[in-house]
Design a protein around this ligand. Structure first.
Ligand code: HEM
Ligand SMILES: [Cu+2]
Length: 550
């Protein structure tokens, strides 16, 4: 135990919980119904999101099988479009965002700040329960031809193809958007109001800083997306012409509304993952995190600058040159706070006593993948190069390095790290290493050749291509099969460990944040006696407890 545990003097807080409740153990069926405990909701988010990851992954494999040969012979082109659209949509809106923010955010934030739950438990549960119907709408849309217009759903394409499916797609996104706004309000209030009194701002774990920044960003940007999509819904179904040029509408406005949300959306995905990195790296390097304040403030800086760069997605939409210059410069500026974080992690690793657990392998793997994705991102931020590779596979390579390398690796790291806390059992490290290797090699085989395909001119979002691109595409498809296979050791590991893995102690990694001071898994309401914070979250090698660890 690393935190002093003394009774809370605020009697009201203790009195209003039923002591018998506190000792009750979890039953499996608690996870299948409406439940207001943040830990149950967190796990509900994680498991649901993972199921959608499998579905979205299956769609990707379907696309890669189609792309194994130049001709459209495996699926017909309109099904390809539907797979493409739903794959992108599901991976972003039903996997990364709900897993990172809904899953880990809900599970960890109250535990990390010494609270018994989120500020608004019912709002929290409702926010989660908006996700399954959104997923069903997306999957159901396949019965109506499938939304065809890509995850960006630009008009006019989205207004003239599969109207029912497109409307279902819009309603699904509005549902997850609503969920994310509810979550954002809840996180902001929880982090500001519910910290134990001894947890001052300068001791707040960096994951909580990241969730705070993410929530602020979601609150500002999500309503703009919802507005754009609802106007689109009206155009499709009710005869309005907001985005119909032949009836006086303006297509470009849609792109502005869409990217004002969707550029920040990349930070909604990546900031919580950055938070996860900042928690994991110091634990396994046994060193205080380098530049705590720089990391905390850079999250806020990324949010602020992130709101001003959306036009880099529209360099080829008639944006005048002076504006291209402004948005090139502002885009490149975002690389600065991001670079600050990367250097802080590398400096933390530097000279550390590193333990290469599976969680740490994924964290270090993320660093490699993200640096490559970030570098190709910088090339794209420069308008002249972006115009050259616009809508080619270079873009696909870039965002998969960032999203797959930068987000999925982080989510896996988080799962391996917090699994013992969530389930009370340890995962198998050997299977974890196999999982890591297959993921790392598979991801690079899948996505690295795409850079070359792109600079040589292979367009994205097509089911057929020029035969000169065959060899590299087959390499990508081979990589995709390896990625799909990498899920086998992971799923075996997760299911086996959850049911009969070795029992975990309260703090198996000897970490210093508050969630490790309670039982594994934590009791209902988290603590019998709320903890008192006696030191910062990363003071490895600086406190007696930490020195005694190795
Ligand atoms: C969590 C991980 C992933 C995320 C977030 C993700 C995200 C996306 C997005 C946003 C798109 C664009 C969809 C559109 O243009 O409408 C896309 C396209 C695509 N993805 Fe993924 N993806 C992921 C994993 C994968 C994997 C594992 C594969 C391969 C096995 C894959 C293969 C593809 C392919 C082939 C396309 C079509 C590219 C195009 O034609 O533009 N994705 N993905
Ligand atoms: Cu962007």
């Amino acid at each position: 135990m690393t935190q002093a545990q003394v009774p809370l003097d605020d009697a009201a807080l203790v009195a209003d919980h039923d002591h018998a409740q506190v000792h009750k153990a979890w039953k499996w069926y608690h996870y299948f119904g409406y439940n207001i405990d943040h830990k149950v909701i967190g796990i509900q988010y994680l498991v649901t999101a993972f199921v959608f990851y499998l579905i979205g992954g299956l769609m990707a494999v379907g696309m890669r099988m189609e792309l194994a040969t130049p001709d459209p012979d495996f699926v017909d082109p309109s099904l390809y479009n539907a797979l493409l659209t739903n794959h992108g949509t599901i991976m972003i809106f039903l996997w990364i965002v709900p897993a990172a923010i809904g899953g880990f955010g809900n599970y960890l934030v109250p535990l990390m700040i010494g609270a018994r739950d989120m500020a608004f438990p019912n709002l929290n549960a409702i926010a989660f329960w908006l996700n399954p119907p959104a997923g069903l709408l997306l999957l159901g849309s396949f019965f109506f031809g499938g939304a065809q217009a890509g995850w960006t759903s630009y008009p006019p394409l989205s207004e003239i193809t599969a109207p029912v499916a497109q409307s279902m797609w819009i309603m699904a996104i509005v549902l997850v958007g609503t969920s994310s706004i509810m979550g954002a309000v809840n996180f902001i209030v929880t982090i500001i109001m519910m910290r134990v009194p001894s947890l001052t701002w300068d001791k707040l774990p960096l994951f909580c800083w990241a969730i705070l920044a993410t929530s602020a960003l979601a609150l500002v940007s999500t309503p703009v997306l919802a507005a754009g999509l609802i106007l689109l819904l009206f155009d499709i179904n009710f005869g309005t012409s907001f985005f119909k040029p032949d009836a006086g509408g303006n297509i470009i406005i849609y792109q502005h509304l869409f990217w004002f949300y969707s550029h920040p959306a990349v930070y909604l995905m990546i900031l919580p993952i950055f938070g996860i990195m900042s928690e994991i790296i110091p634990v396994y390097a046994r060193k205080p995190i380098f530049g705590y304040k720089a990391i905390a403030y850079s999250s806020l800086a990324i949010c602020l600058v992130g709101l001003f760069v959306w036009v880099h997605h529209m360099f080829t939409s008639g944006t005048p040159p002076w504006m291209r210059l402004f948005f090139t410069i502002s885009t490149l500026i975002v690389a600065v706070p991001t670079g600050v974080k990367i250097f802080s992690w590398v400096a933390t690793l530097w000279g550390g006593k590193i333990r290469f657990t599976t969680a740490m392998l994924f964290a270090v793997g993320l660093l490699g993948m993200f640096v490559l994705g970030g570098l190709s991102g910088i090339t794209l931020g420069a308008a002249p190069f972006d115009i050259h590779v616009h809508d080619t596979y270079y873009i696909v390579a870039h965002f998969h390095y960032v999203l797959f390398g930068g987000s999925v690796f982080g989510l896996y790291a988080a799962i391996y790290h917090w699994f013992p806390k969530m389930t009370g059992r340890m995962m198998n490290e050997r299977l974890g290493q196999v999982h890591f290797l297959m993921t790392f090699i598979g991801a690079n085989l899948t996505f690295l050749p795409m850079h070359s395909l792109g600079t040589h001119g292979m367009p994205r979002r097509v089911a057929m291509y020029d035969p000169q691109f065959t060899a590299l595409n087959q390499l990508c498809t081979f990589g995709a099969f390896m990625l799909a296979a990498s899920l086998i050791p992971f799923i075996i590991n997760a299911v086996w460990s959850w049911t009969r893995g070795p029992k975990a102690s309260d703090n198996p990694w000897n970490a210093l944040t508050l969630e490790w001071t309670t039982a594994s898994p934590p009791i209902i309401e988290n603590w019998e006696v709320l903890p008192v914070v006696t030191h910062g979250p990363y003071e490895y090698g600086m406190t007696e407890e930490a020195l005694a660890v190795e």
